[in-house]
Structures are given as C-alpha cells and as structure tokens.
Design a protein around this ligand. Sequence first.
Ligand SMILES: Nc1ncnc2c1ncn2[C@@H]1O[C@H](COP(=O)(O)OP(=O)(O)OP(=O)(O)O)[C@@H](O)[C@H]1O
Ligand SMILES: [Mg+2]
Length: 314
Amino acid sequence: MNAPPLLSLRDLAVVFHRDRRRIRALRGLDLVLAAGERLALLGESGSGKSTALLAIAGLLGPEAERSGEILFPLLGRAPILGRDVGFVFQDPFSALDPVLDVATQIAEPIRFHRGASWSAARAEAVALLRRVGIEPAEKRARDAPHRFSGGERQRIAIAMAIAAEPRLLLADEPTSALDTVNQAQILDLLDGLVRARDTALLLVTHDPAVAARIADRIAVLYAGRCVEVGPSARVLGAPRHPYTRALLAAALSLDRPPPRPLPEIPGSPPDPERDIAGCPFAPRCPLAASRCRTTPPPRTGGPEDGVACHLYAP
Ligand SMILES: Nc1ncnc2c1ncn2[C@@H]1O[C@H](COP(=O)(O)OP(=O)(O)OP(=O)(O)O)[C@@H](O)[C@H]1O
Ligand SMILES: [Mg+2]
C-alpha cells in the first residue's frame, strides 16, 4: 500500500468503566484500510469487534476511555458520521425511525450532507430503494418501516447508510439476524454497492463464510488485538496463527449453515478485566511454549499481511 490509507488505527485501546470494574475491550489494535478496500473483522463474541467500529464512528459512550490513534489520512480532517462514514447496524430497527416513511429517512442524509433540495433528495431516495431491490419503489417509498420484512429493512438501512456517499461504510454483523438466503443476497448487494462507489467497507462478522464472500482482506481479532491479518484467500487458505486455525477448523467441521455464535474452541477467552502478560491465546493454544505466557508476541509481516505469534518470530 503506497498511497496513504483511508483509515489507520494505531495501538487503539478502549477500557469500559463499569461500577468499579475496568473492562478492556480493545488492547492495542493496529489496522489499515485503503480507499475502496473491503476488510472483514473476524472474531468470536467479546473480541472487541463492535467496540472497534463504535470507536471509529465516534459513538463510544462516556464510560469508555480511549487511547491510541484513529486517523483518516485521506480526509485531512475529522470524519463526519453520516457523510464520510456510514454505519449499518445488526438490527436495522435501531437505524430506522418507526414513524417516518422510508424515502424521507433515506432523503434526509442526502439533503443534509450533500445540500440537495427535498424533491431531488426524495427522487434519489426512490432510486436508491429500487437499487436495493425494493419494488415498486415509488409506491413503497411512502411506507413506514414496519411494513417491510427484516431483510427489506436491512436493505433500507443500507440505502440510508450509503445515501450521502460516504468514503467508508462500517457494518456490524449486518446479516446475522437474517436467514441464509437473505444473508447471501444482502452481502452481494453490499458488495455491489461499495464496488460501484469505490466505498471502503469495514465489516464485522463472527462467520468466516461471510468474510470469505465479501472481503479483500481479513483481520482476525482476539481479546481486543489483531492476531493475524492478510488477503482473504491467504488467511482462509493458509492461516498462520493457531487461533485462526482453531477458528476455521471449528467453523468448517460443522454443517452449513454456519452456526452462530461461533463454534467452541476448547477453553475460554481471557477475562476482560485482567491484564495479559504474553499472548492472549496462550492458555488455549496447543502450541504454546513458556515464552508465550510471559512475553507479548512480536508482529511479523506488515500491517497488510502479518501475524502476531512467537512461532513466526525470526
Ligand atoms: N458499554 C460497555 N460497557 C461495559 N463493557 C462493554 C461495553 N461494550 C462492550 N463491553 C465489553 O467489551 C468487550 C468487547 O465487546 P464487543 O461488543 O466489542 O465485542 P464483539 O466482538 O462485538 O462481540 P459480539 O460478537 O458478541 O458482538 C466485551 O467483554 C464486552 O462485554
Ligand atoms: Mg458485537
């Protein structure tokens, strides 16, 4: 990657303060995302995927203490949510207003962020509805969200998130509430939309099959760190980190459709309230040596294709 990345995370750490507890959701996350690139964040429940997206979108609550850097080198300023960065949530209802018709909701960011007139924005909203497969678009544009199925609502939420033509689309498990057929269709829709607009996509999933279908690269998260990153074909075809291998073995050993939540790997993830001296995966790793428990693993390879594991240390 010679051009500056669209997004760069450096040593991003997030601690949630709850009562008198300190919950370490991210423990030093490094990632880069190029303009127009599609990156999947893959990891099991609690690995910090949603926290990473919320931090990037600037949506963390006051209980979150953040350190490290979130940079948008190509923008040259702080990103504006809705204009530069779009967000698709797992549950489309959280993005949609129950009382407004859907065209009005899609038109709003077009009007607000791009300065279009109401009538132009509404016409574009109808065209977007058609583009995401809601037909007859003209007529259904006047319906409120409850008149649509779950899959349709997610299509509408996607149309809304891309309406202002953001450079980056963040999507948190956008298909995990849907059945398999809808899931595949929505992924293909997302893929088509971001390709056509050269929008970068950062998609969170716990399902390797979803990552395989849409991502150029995959970053594997474990206990708030990226343990491995690389081109999708390389990560899925020749995983290096023992955690990635365990994750894929578990996912592939079960019948389709992929189970959710992710199938079991023996042992459990580290307690988010405790510090980790060495590799976070060491207690569950079949290949762990004593240094794995005491010394943080060095990162080998670059931010685009690398692994953090003592096995690969030079
Ligand atoms: N607002 C919060 N307050 C306290 N703890 C939180 C908060 N949000 C997340 N956490 C904790 O931070 C850790 C990471 O959570 P996060 O939601 O980012 O994980 P995730 O990878 O998205 O998991 P899932 O696949 O279940 O959605 C977990 O231990 C979670 O319980
Ligand atoms: Mg989550």
